[in-house]
Design a protein around this ligand. Sequence first.
Ligand SMILES: Cc1cc2nc3c(=O)[nH]c(=O)nc-3n(C[C@H](O)[C@H](O)[C@H](O)COP(=O)(O)OP(=O)(O)OC[C@H]3O[C@@H](n4cnc5c(N)ncnc54)[C@H](O)[C@@H]3O)c2cc1C
Length: 438
Amino acid sequence: MSVSPAAVPSSDATPTAEAADAAVAAISESAGQEASFSLALTQDQKDIRDWVHGFAADVIRPAAHEWDEKEKTPWPIIEEAAKIGLYGFEGLAQFFADPTGLTLPIVNEELFWGDAGIGMSIMGTALAVAAIFGQGSGEQIGEWIPRCFGTPDDVKVAAFCASEPNAGSDVSNVRTRAKFDEATNEWVINGQKAWATNGGIADVHVVIATVDPELGSKGHAAFVIPMSENKGISQGAKVSKHGLRASHTADVYLDDCRVPAENVLGGKEKLDERLARVREGKKGKSQAAMQTFEASRPTVGAQALGIARAAYEYALAYSKEREQFGRKIVENQAVAFTLARMKLEIDAARLLVWRASWMGRNAHKFDNAEGSMSKLKAGEVAVWVTERAIQILGGNGYTREYPVERWHRDAKIYDIFEGTAEIQQLVIARAISGFHIS
Ligand SMILES: Cc1cc2nc3c(=O)[nH]c(=O)nc-3n(C[C@H](O)[C@H](O)[C@H](O)COP(=O)(O)OP(=O)(O)OC[C@H]3O[C@@H](n4cnc5c(N)ncnc54)[C@H](O)[C@@H]3O)c2cc1C
């Protein structure tokens, strides 16, 4: 049902018989029409949710502790996900195709409900894919996205490398340099990338580098670098982490790394045109890295939600079993109210995530940084809920015999990567005020 401006009462209007008649007419006119706003999931969305949940419950959750302890990429689980179509280009395209935008966050929430480290091993590739999809030409999309996943018999992963030792929150400080060699028609890339998910083990690396350092972030471009055919790219130190330990994180070195001219996303011609516009003082597009992060923030928020929901459900079940002072611990208001707030916060965060996902999918501009809002809220909720879950489990919550301490460790990264909580607030504050707040 669409509401015409005439049907919206103005604040100073005095009710009249005509106005009442018009309102009734508008209601009857809309009867039987399809609602344009609904939070009820479609059958397709429910089917996909249940299918992913089944995989998360039967395959991921039982393996979570083992891979967290091993601190290794769970290749056999990625392979299983590929075999059922959950990991791969077609699966991701199908999730993305949902015009409401909800399927992608639903899938992420369910996977990360199973386990965040394994979930990130399955979904880490999506960040590189988002960069190629968002900035690449049709030809580049067709060539590189399938390579990011490999095949079910030979699975591959991809990495998105923006951060550097001195360019974390401040992506504009990227020092990795791409120079064009006219003689060989190649880009020559040199630099060091930090904390790259799947860095060094990926078949395809999407690397953000500066083409013209004088232009700051507007001089950045994204390059596709295939690992297997390139001697100039190598893995640096693998990072040992607090959480997400089944997901591989490492530095990546680029040492006279040569790639053909056509490996710059969007094509060299377009890049040259864009840089020329910026040099003339005309408005240029936002940074290559920022475009990718803005699009992926609601999905990342959905991952945090999955962790939070896992912890809430576990704590709720535990509180109904555990007895102290001759009654279930949930019978104490202190515990029950905490659980009530955990559920409330998770549901509130989900609404923000779904709103931003719907906006992103339907090309609504994030005028108030709704993508950042969703990721900020979901990250903070995940950290708070998992911490409360430990509290509800008492001493058990603090041990590695129970999963809630792992969920707490995993949740913390959602305050940090893809823009820290402070940076999300900065983005929101700038968007709502129009001022350059620093
Ligand atoms: C597990 C993991 C996986 C990652 N995966 C990837 C990946 O795949 N690809 C990739 O490119 N990067 C990745 N990163 C990097 C991640 O995005 C950065 O760590 C993050 O952006 C923060 O940067 P930093 O660590 O340099 O922190 P810093 O930027 O040094 O920030 C330190 C502190 O200062 C605060 N701060 C900084 N500037 C401001 C400001 N202007 N106002 C207020 N506060 C400020 C921050 O909020 C933070 O609290 C990953 C990191 C981790 C830990």
